[in-house]
Ligand binder design. Structure first.
Ligand code: ZN
Ligand code: ZN
Length: 313
C-alpha cells in the first residue's frame, strides 16, 4: 500500500469487523466502494486515497470515529449526524479514589502511594484500605502527610465489605466520619449479590460501589448482578459506580458503564492499586470509559475534590 493510502489502510484493518461491514454497506448505497487501498467512486472509477483516517471518514460522510467506538453500536448513525460524544481523556483525570497501602493489603506505604499519586499530577487521593482496626493511627498519619504535602490532599477513605446479609463490615457511626466510602463484594458471590449491592447503596454513608460484579478475568466469572435494578437505585440514592482499572477486572464492563452513564450515574475511574506501579492502570480504565462512550462530565474524578464533595449524598 502506498503512503498516500495510509488512512485507508489503517481504517480498514482497525475494525471491528461489524463496524467496517456496516460502513461498507452504507458506502455502496452512496455509490462508493471501500477497500484498504482507496475509496472508489463506482460511477467514475475515481480512486480516492487518503493519508489519514479522518479524511476517510469525512469523505464517507462521518465525523471522525475514535477506534474505541467502532463496534457498530450506534456510532455510525451518531457520527453521520455529528453527534458523537467528546470522550474522556487520560489528562482529564484529577485524582485517585480507590487505592491501598501497607495499612491493609497494599505493598507500599501510605506516604509512597501519596507521593506517586502526586507525581502523576493529581491533586488528591482517597486512601481506601480495608478496615484493620487501625483507622485512628492511619488518620493521624494522613493528617501529618497532608500538612507536609499540601495543597495535595489525602482523603480518609475506606473500602468496606458487603456481607452476606447486606450489612457492611464497619458500623454506620464509623462510616459517617470517613471522607469517602467504597462498598464492595469480596466473597459469597453467589448469595444474593444484587440484593446486597442494593442494600449497600441504600446506606447514606456509602459513596461508591467497588468492582460491581467482582469478576476476575480468567479466574472467576462475574457475580450475577441484575444491572437493570442497580442503575436506577444508584441514580435514586446518589451512589457512584466505578470502573475498576485492574487489567483482570475492568469492572464495570464497557456496555454496563455506557448504560450507567446514559442513566446519569457518574462513574469513577479507579485503579484499586495495591502497589505503586498499578497506579498506571488508570490508562486501561480510561480506555474502558472511552469504549463506554463516557465524556469528561460523566467521569467523576475529572473533578477536583471540592467539586466531588458537593455531589456526595
Ligand atoms: Zn475490593
Ligand atoms: Zn480495593
Amino acid at each position: 500500500v502506498p503512503p498516500e493510502s495510509y488512512g485507508n489502510l489503517l481504517q480498514h484493518f482497525t475494525g471491528s469487523k461489524d463496524h467496517n461491514v456496516a460502513l461498507r454497506e452504507r458506502a455502496v448505497k452512496d455509490g462508493l466502494s471501500v477497500s484498504e487501498y482507496s475509496i472508489t467512486v463506482v460511477e467514475s472509477g475515481d480512486e480516492l486515497r487518503y493519508g489519514s483516517e479522518a479524511e476517510v471518514y469525512e469523505r464517507l460522510g462521518y465525523q471522525f470515529i475514535p477506534p474505541e467506538l467502532r463496534e457498530n453500536a450506534g456510532e455510525l448513525e451518531a457520527a453521520r449526524k455529528g453527534e458523537l460524544p467528546k470522550l474522556v481523556e487520560l489528562a482529564d483525570i484529577k485524582g485517585e479514589l480507590h487505592c491501598h497501602s501497607t495499612w491493609s493489603d497494599g505493598r507500599h506505604t501510605l506516604e509512597q502511594m501519596a507521593l506517586a499519586v502526586r507525581e502523576r499530577g493529581y491533586s488528591y487521593m482517597a486512601i481506601t484500605d480495608h478496615p484493620r482496626g487501625t483507622l485512628a493511627e492511619q488518620d493521624l498519619e494522613v493528617d501529618q502527610l497532608n500538612e507536609r504535602l499540601k495543597p495535595f490532599r489525602i482523603l480518609k477513605g475506606i473500602e468496606v465489605n458487603i456481607r452476606v446479609d447486606g450489612s457492611l463490615s464497619l458500623p454506620d457511626g464509623e462510616l459517617a466520619v470517613r471522607d469517602w466510602v467504597i462498598a464492595s463484594l469480596h466473597g459469597a458471590f453467589d448469595r444474593n449479590p444484587t440484593e446486597r449491592v442494593l442494600a449497600a447503596m441504600d446506606n447514606p454513608h456509602v459513596d461508591c460501589i467497588g468492582h460491581l460484579t467482582a469478576r476476575k478475568i480468567n479466574i472467576r466469572p462475574p457475580a450475577e448482578i441484575d444491572f437493570e435494578s442497580v442503575v436506577p437505585r444508584a441514580v435514586e440514592t446518589g451512589t457512584f459506580l466505578e470502573i475498576n482499572s485492574q487489567p483482570n477486572r475492568l469492572d464495570l464492563r464497557d456496555t454496563h458503564a455506557r448504560l450507567a452513564g446514559e442513566a446519569g450515574v457518574k462513574v469513577a475511574v479507579n485503579t484499586d492499586a495495591h502497589e505503586l506501579r498499578a497506579l498506571q492502570h488508570v490508562e486501561m480504565g480510561v480506555a474502558q470509559a472511552r469504549r463506554a462512550w463516557l465524556t469528561k462530565d460523566q467521569v467523576l474524578n475529572t473533578r477536583t475534590w471540592p467539586q466531588i464533595e458537593k455531589l456526595l449524598k
